[in-house]
Design a protein around this ligand. Structure first.
Ligand SMILES: Nc1nc2c(ncn2[C@@H]2O[C@H](COP(=O)(O)OP(=O)(O)O)[C@@H](O)[C@H]2O)c(=O)[nH]1
Ligand SMILES: [Mg+2]
Length: 204
């Protein structure tokens, strides 16, 4: 799989026009977005960090595999409690502009830390995302991250909790770990299948 960093953009006018289907990663700061992106493409192209809330930009990466050519967009983390109001408000504007105006967007991966209880904010955000995506023929994939951090006995109920909070079937929550390479092949296949779907996106 070949991958390369394209651009960091903070406003709609700097989003790249790549002419390929796009899949975005969203989730709270520190949930593992950049790590998952690196795990999916098998290269350290997205910067990971121990300091939450640093990326306020959308980072675009172009990926080409045997089966598909697509773009991955690493979105800034949402919901960091310590961020001042204006920062959160700005985040919301950037994300909303992105979701509404990004015609090539085919799917959003919503990442949730498997150890955290899904909050009402998370559930609301999921519903909003799903509404925005299904309106345009896209989809939201729910990805539980850092599954290596729980014992086998604790993992099952944790995944169940996520599914229940979002009104999903258990099978709709994909368990992943970048450190233990869990779920990455499955997710990669799902992304490639979405990216190579010849059905055109509804326009407008
Ligand atoms: N144990 C474990 N740690 C992870 C995993 N994914 C990410 N991390 C760690 O979580 C921290 C935040 O990851 P990062 O990808 O930068 O999160 P982002 O802010 O959502 O982009 C880093 O210290 C990563 O090494 C995982 O699957 N397992
Ligand atoms: Mg990141």
């Amino acid at each position: 799989m070949r991958s390369k960093f394209i651009i960091s953009a903070e406003k709609v006018s700097s989003f790249p026009e790549l002419g390929v289907p796009e899949i975005a990663l969203v989730g709270r700061s520190n949930v593992g977005k950049s790590s998952l992106l690196n795990g999916l493409v098998g290269a350290q192209i997205a910067r990971t960090s121990r300091t939450p809330g640093r990326t306020q930009l959308i980072n675009f990466f172009e990926v080409e595999s045997k089966h598909a050519k697509f773009c991955l967009a690493d979105l800034p983390g949402y919901g960091f409690a310590r961020a001042p109001g204006p920062v959160r408000a700005r985040w919301k504007r950037v994300i909303e502009a992105y979701l509404v105006q990004r015609e090539s967007l085919k799917a959003v991966l919503l990442l949730l830390d498997v150890r955290r209880t899904v909050s009402e904010d998370d559930a609301t955000f999921f519903e909003e995302l799903r509404g925005a995506l299904t309106d345009r023929g896209g989809e939201v994939l729910v990805v539980a991250t850092k599954c290596d951090k729980l014992s086998k006995a604790d993992l099952k109920p944790a995944l169940h909790q996520i599914a229940e909070a979002l009104n999903l079937e258990k099978a709709d929550v994909l368990a992943t770990s970048t450190t233990k390479h869990i779920g990455l092949d499955t997710l990669r296949e799902q992304i490639e299948s979405i990216a190579s779907d010849p059905r055109p996106m509804p326009s407008g």
